[in-house]
Design a protein around this ligand. Structure first.
Ligand SMILES: Cc1ncc(COP(=O)(O)O)c(C=O)c1O
Length: 389
């Protein structure tokens, strides 16, 4: 489907294989085990793409946003049931959210501390608005001195959560709706990584142990809240990489997924599922500095997180391409080595990024292809003039 891209599309371009994308929507819906799925917008970063996911299956309900201004932007576009996945402090944006909520939209803010609650309470009182809240619970696991998971919420057990929930209950202007626990060590860590043959089984073992532990933790917390008379509207958990295990937890009412729809490079390396790569970028070959080396314009779209080779985009079509160790994916020039391929200046080389949503910050639009044809063009957030983080 990507063969004639250089002929039809002006390069560099971000490209969505809509058949692969739609297949991923279907597969992810099947993996949910009947629970609803909230879409992680950070991993999508395009309004028409979000709409496409919702249209694919009614199992997709609600959004998990990454910034308060993004939540407002999406609420203005008509999306409802928006959960901010991370705490925020921006008073201007929070005032708008408090007022939106007072007028019937539901934007839920994430909290994990007394400071967050006091801040939101003061804002709600000041503007006569209200906040819906979700408590973020730490889902990391300890293996001796090793911290397996991310550093986000300080709330580790039912006592921590109840203390905060009771504080929320004291104010009529803030209302607790749910709890969220993101098991990053399951959802965001591959256990089939290339060149990690010794480490992979260790990671898989730690994941299995951690899955058992967090299942108990989540259940204990929800039951303790219920004993205090605190009923939750939702219990959110997981990400694409943990759909398999989080969906099996009875206590979880909804899952979150984002990256799986585009299925970037890092999602090739999980043992328990396989989705189809659907998002690519195409760069034009603009020079041939030596036999077998084709230098493209653009390409340095390295993904976030701990630095390593696995964060670098890779050429995937024509197959057999390799980045040069000395240059990698360069800021404006990316040489690719092919032993066999004979490319011309003006041809396209197709790449995949390591992570899902970040690449959308580099392009204004996503060119949608099906059966070698351009079938649509979708704006990214950037294409709508928006930059949220
Ligand atoms: C709070 C939270 N939930 C869920 C996810 C899962 O997102 P994805 O499916 O894109 O991996 C993330 C990703 O970082 C997250 O931070």
């Amino acid at each position: 489907m990507l063969k004639n891209v250089a002929r039809d599309v002006s390069l560099p371009a971000l490209i969505l294989d809509v058949h692969a994308f739609d297949d991923n929507c279907k597969k992810i819906a099947e993996m949910a085990n009947g629970k609803s799925i909230r879409i992680a917008t950070k991993s999508i970063r395009s309004v028409p793409v979000l709409k496409r996911v919702f249209q694919s299956n009614s199992i997709f309900k609600g959004l998990m946003c990454f910034s308060p201004n993004e939540a407002i932007f999406l609420a203005e576009k008509g999306f409802d049931d928006i959960l901010l996945g991370y705490p925020c402090w921006d008073e201007g944006a929070l005032i708008q959210i408090a007022q939106f909520n007072g007028n019937g939209t539901q934007i839920t803010c994430m909290v994990d501390s007394s400071e967050h609650i006091d801040h939101l309470k003061e804002i709600a009182e000041k503007v006569n608005g209200m906040f819906y809240l979700c408590i973020d619970v730490d889902m990391s696991t300890k293996f001796g001195s090793l911290h397996f998971g991310v550093r986000r919420s300080p709330l580790k057990n039912e006592e921590d959560v109840i203390q905060l929930a009771l504080k929320i209950k004291q104010s009529p202007r803030i209302k607790l709706l749910g709890i969220m626990g993101y098991e990053a060590q399951i959802a965001g860590v591959g256990d089939k990584m290339p060149a990690q043959h010794l480490k992979n089984p260790v990671i898989a073992f730690m994941k299995r142990k951690s899955i058992t532990e967090i299942k108990v933790r989540r259940k204990t917390i929800v039951q303790a809240l219920e004993r205090e008379g605190l009923q939750l509207a939702f219990v959110n958990g997981g990400g694409t990489g943990s759909l398999d295990s989080t969906s099996k937890e009875e206590i979880v009412t909804e899952l979150t997924a984002g990256s799986g729809f585009y299925s970037p490079l890092l999602f090739d390396y999980y043992r328990n599922f396989r989705l189809k790569p659907s998002l690519f970028f195409a760069l034009p070959v603009v020079r041939k500095p030596a036999p077998n080396i084709y230098t493209c314009l653009g390409g340095g779209y390295v993904s976030s997180g701990p630095h390593g080779k696995e964060k670098v985009p890779q050429p995937v079509y024509p197959s057999g391409g390799k980045l040069l160790p000395f240059e990698g994916a360069g800021e404006v020039q990316t040489p690719v080595y092919y032993e066999k391929e004979a490319l011309e200046i003006g041809d396209a080389i197709i790449f995949r990024a390591a992570k899902a949503g970040e690449i959308c910050e580099r392009f204004n639009e996503i060119v949608c292809l099906a059966d070698q044809q351009i079938v649509d063009r979708y704006h990214t957030y950037r294409g709508e003039g928006k930059c949220f983080l």
